[in-house]
Design a protein around this ligand. Structure first.
Ligand SMILES: NC(=O)C1=CN([C@@H]2O[C@H](COP(=O)(O)OP(=O)(O)OC[C@H]3O[C@@H](n4cnc5c(N)ncnc54)[C@H](OP(=O)(O)O)[C@@H]3O)[C@@H](O)[C@H]2O)C=CC1
Ligand SMILES: O=C(O)CCC(=O)C(=O)O
Length: 529
């Protein structure tokens, strides 16, 4: 989109030329070396680090406003970059919950809207006793850059409830979710045109059902589009086929892309393709388990799974489908899984080709990054790598597929669900019979034409065509739509890495593709009243 300016842009009036360099804000300068930085500062740092690279081409892009003086153009670039890097609004709430035994707890919860340059804002709701405002701000900002990176037309937001769900009954979790939704509704932080939550860490379709039900019965009553107030819902409640597995599937698609990209494979000295590859998955929840299933399907041997309660290793390969079934019947614990041996925490640092990190933030830090022996890391989780570790991994020549690109499959399919809700019809429902009939007629017509030319032949579809001629089901449309979107995003990021001479630094490249897109929106729409 931008013509890249490879040289520092000269500023100042005639006779006072100076070379311009973007300075990372002072409060972030130490983040590059901090062993345990604030999560929000981390995301801010990565953003400003990318701005440093892309700022000259943003300035050059504004040359199209010929009516503006150079000073005004520089002010506009600086202004847009400031807005893009700041959090638009946050709410913090506390509400009482009466526990099963009669006592009262005060529940703390948050919602942050990082960017409203496109509406609605989009981002999941997390349940974890580690949730705090800094974490939710970080996750909301990641959503802004993630949506832009994959060209999903949403702003970025996130929500969190500071509870360990394992310590609450299902009835208590339902009351917490419903009260949280009511508070969001009262404060104008939820709605199809405002802010649309989804599942994240420790939440799933169950919680999203409670959210939509609460909204529809209160503020959303009489709103025809109320079901689009949240995504990741079960199918029966307006969800879409393919959302449950979407994030893990997207993680797989990004691995697939880079593993078949000769340029990057050469840089990290890997042989292209899945053949003979091994993987370790950290965090075997929604994202990690599906990433594992798709890798296994592609022939990758899963030699290790690091879970909260147990680390399982098997050099002959773990079958992720068996582990999913085992954990479902074992209170979500991998302990005792018969398809592997329980080993220590060092499993994360064992030799493998692909390491999928799909648990939580800040798991790869300066103190352990040096121990990682994988050749490629796929960031299924949000924010798993701190800036100091990011630098170490680059030096170790490990190809990292960054969170904002790698785990965008979830929000992509959430976008499809949102569209389905606004359209009030499932994808394919109106056209599926037409395509089946017209493809059958096409085969008949070919057979008749052959007969007219005295060729007796039974024209039947190939196996592949037979599976498609019945028309595309919603599942099919979601799968191909997701693949198109993820591939496109990967190819944009790969191109940015090459254009900006970033070598294997895909994180900076991903931020750059996002910054460029958001920049154009602000430039076209304006940034202040
Ligand atoms: N769900 C989604 O659509 C998306 C999720 N993400 C991100 O992916 C990550 C995982 O989310 P998701 O899969 O939904 O969450 P889940 O709650 O489904 O799974 C998380 C898994 O990680 C395990 N875990 C937690 N801490 C550790 C640890 N220190 N070491 C090893 N395993 C651990 C949990 O174990 P236990 O259950 O025992 O606590 C659980 O099995 C998060 O960073 C989230 O923000 C990103 C994009 C979309
Ligand atoms: O599906 C969504 O809307 C958001 C998912 C999410 O929270 C994330 O990508 O981190």
């Amino acid at each position: 989109m931008f013509r890249v300016c490879k040289f520092a842009v000269k500023t100042g009036g005639p006779g006072q030329m100076s070379v311009r360099h973007y300075d990372i804000p002072a409060h972030l300068t130490k983040i590059a070396d901090e062993p345990n930085p604030s999560f929000f500062r981390m995301v801010e740092y990565f953003y400003h680090h990318a701005v440093r690279v892309v700022e000259p081409s943003l300035i050059e892009y504004l040359n199209k406003h010929t009516h503006m003086s150079e000073k005004k153009r520089l002010q506009r670039v600086a202004g847009i970059l400031k807005v893009m890097g700041s959090c638009n609004s946050c709410i913090q709430m506390e509400f009482p919950l009466q526990r099963k035994g009669g006592d009262y707890d005060i529940i703390q919860a948050y919602r942050v809207q990082h960017s409203v340059h496109r509406l609605p804002c989009k981002g999941g709701i997390r349940f974890s006793d580690e949730v705090n405002l800094d974490e939710v701000k970080a996750l909301a900002s990641l959503m802004t850059f993630k949506c832009a990176c994959s060209s999903i037309p949403f702003g970025g937001s996130k929500g969190g409830v500071a509870i360990n769900p394992k310590k609450f009954t299902v009835a208590e979790l339902q009351r917490i979710t419903r009260r949280y939704t009511l508070e969001l509704a009262k404060k104008n932080y939820i709605g199809a045109g405002i802010d649309v939550p989804a599942p994240d860490f420790n939440t799933s379709g169950r919680e999203m059902s409670w959210v939509v039900d609460t909204y529809i019965k209160t503020l959303g009553y009489q709103d025809l589009n109320a079901a689009a107030c949240v995504t990741g819902k079960p199918i029966n409640g307006g969800g879409i086929h393919g959302r449950v597995e979407a994030t893990g599937r997207g993680v797989f698609m990004t691995i697939n892309y880079f593993l078949h990209d000769d340029y990057f494979m050469k840089l990290v000295e890997m042989t292209p393709g899945f053949k003979g590859k091994t993987a370790i998955v950290q965090g075997f929840g929604n994202v990690g388990s599906f990433a594992g299933v798709y890798l296994h399907q592609a022939g990758v041997k899963i030699i290790g799974v690091c879970e909260f309660e147990a680390n399982i290793a098997n050099q002959d390969g773990i079958n992720p489908n068996d582990l999913i079934k085992y954990m479902a019947s074992n209170k979500r614990s991998a302990k005792g899984f018969p398809g592997g041996q329980e080993v220590g925490e060092d499993l994360l640092y064992q030799k493998c080709d692909i390491l999928v990190v799909a648990a939580k933030e800040k798991v790869i830090r300066a103190d352990n990054a040096g121990k990682i022996q994988a050749k490629m890391i796929a960031e299924g989780a949000n924010g798993p790598t701190v800036p100091s570790a990011h630098t170490i991994l680059l030096k170790k020549n490990i190809l990292v597929i960054p969170d904002l690109l790698c785990n965008a499959g979830g929000v992509t399919v959430s976008y499809f669900e949102f569209l389905k809700n606004l359209n009030h019809v499932s994808f394919g429902k109106l056209s599926i019979k037409f395509w089946r009939d017209s493809n059958t007629a096409l085969l008949d017509s070919v057979e008749k034409s052959l007969k007219n030319a005295n060729v007796e032949a039974k024209v039947s579809p190939t196996k592949e065509f037979a599976s498609m001629m019945s028309g595309a089901s919603e599942k099919h449309i979601v799968g191909t739509g997701l693949e198109f979107s993820m591939t496109n995003a990967c190819s944009n990021v790969a191109a940015a890495a090459k254009t900006h001479n970033l070598n294997i630094d895909l994180r900076t490249a991903a931020y750059i593709t996002s910054i460029e897109k958001i920049f154009v929106t602000y430039d076209e729409h304006g940034l202040a009243f």
